[in-house]
Write a protein that binds this ligand. Structure first.
Ligand code: ADP
Length: 212
């Protein structure tokens, strides 16, 4: 489903490659964890996979199609429709409500019944209470923020979920609740998760990749 071929990434003003000759293949229905020490290039790799960092060399093939060779609108389409991102610090828009944060990616699509879709998605993560829908992110707990972020990542029904330390800012119990949610909602999807938590990786992944 997703193949990286000879991916190399050198940041500007640096003469050392962060990623060098990375070759990986990912399939639908896999839950892959990427482990490695801090600075190994895990987040960089996830950004490359998500099409957020296009200034790397090599090929990123999605169902055989080279995303880097596509024009900007193809790349935009890929980012908006094929991939959902979940970040450690949630990256919610602070001045928008819970409802609006989840609705935002949908506004760029032709989906019908957007309102119903948002409510259904929030219901799946246990946030259907009307009072919560109108709250701003600063009024939520960390676990609730990550639930909203999961809804936003999944609302366009992407095939690929990219999660960068999704439980990194949460306590142990809430972290497991969030992991269970990601697992439950990602059936028939490819999940690639960056983490430094080996236990979490072992418990949830079908494959672990160590980045040296
Ligand atoms: P990890 O996620 O494994 O901690 P990162 O991918 O964040 O690693 O970073 C890998 C290396 O790339 C680090 O040495 C970091 O300093 C460097 N790096 C990350 N982002 C940038 C950037 N935007 N510009 C320059 N160097 C960067």
């Amino acid at each position: 489903m997703l193949t990286l071929k000879n991916i190399k990434k050198v940041y500007e003003k640096s003469d050392e490659a962060v990623l060098d000759d990375i070759n990986l293949t990912f399939n639908r229905d896999e839950f892959v964890s990427i482990l490695g020490c801090s600075g190994a290039g895990k987040s960089t790799l996830l950004n490359v996979i998500g099409g957020l960092d296009c200034k790397s060399s090599g090929k990123l093939l999605i169902n055989g199609k080279d995303i880097y060779k596509c024009n900007d609108s193809n790349l935009d389409y890929y980012r908006k429709n094929n991939v959902g991102f979940i970040f450690q610090n949630y990256n919610l828009i602070e001045h928008l409500t819970v409802y609006e944060n989840v609705m935002l990616p949908l506004l760029l699509t032709n989906y019908k019944n957007k309102h119903k879709r948002v409510l259904k998605m929030l219901d799946k993560v246990g946030l259907k209470d009307k009072k919560v829908l109108n709250k701003k992110p600063y009024e939520l707990s960390g676990g609730e923020k990550q639930r909203v972020a999961i809804c936003r990542a999944l609302i366009n029904n992407p095939d690929i979920i990219l999660a960068d330390e999704p439980t990194g800012a949460l306590d142990y119990k809430t972290g497991y609740e969030i992991m269970n949610l990601i697992k439950k909602l990602s059936k028939n999807k490819l999940v690639i998760m960056v983490t430094h938590n080996k236990v979490l990786a072992k418990n949830y992944s079908s494959r672990i990749i160590y980045l040296d």
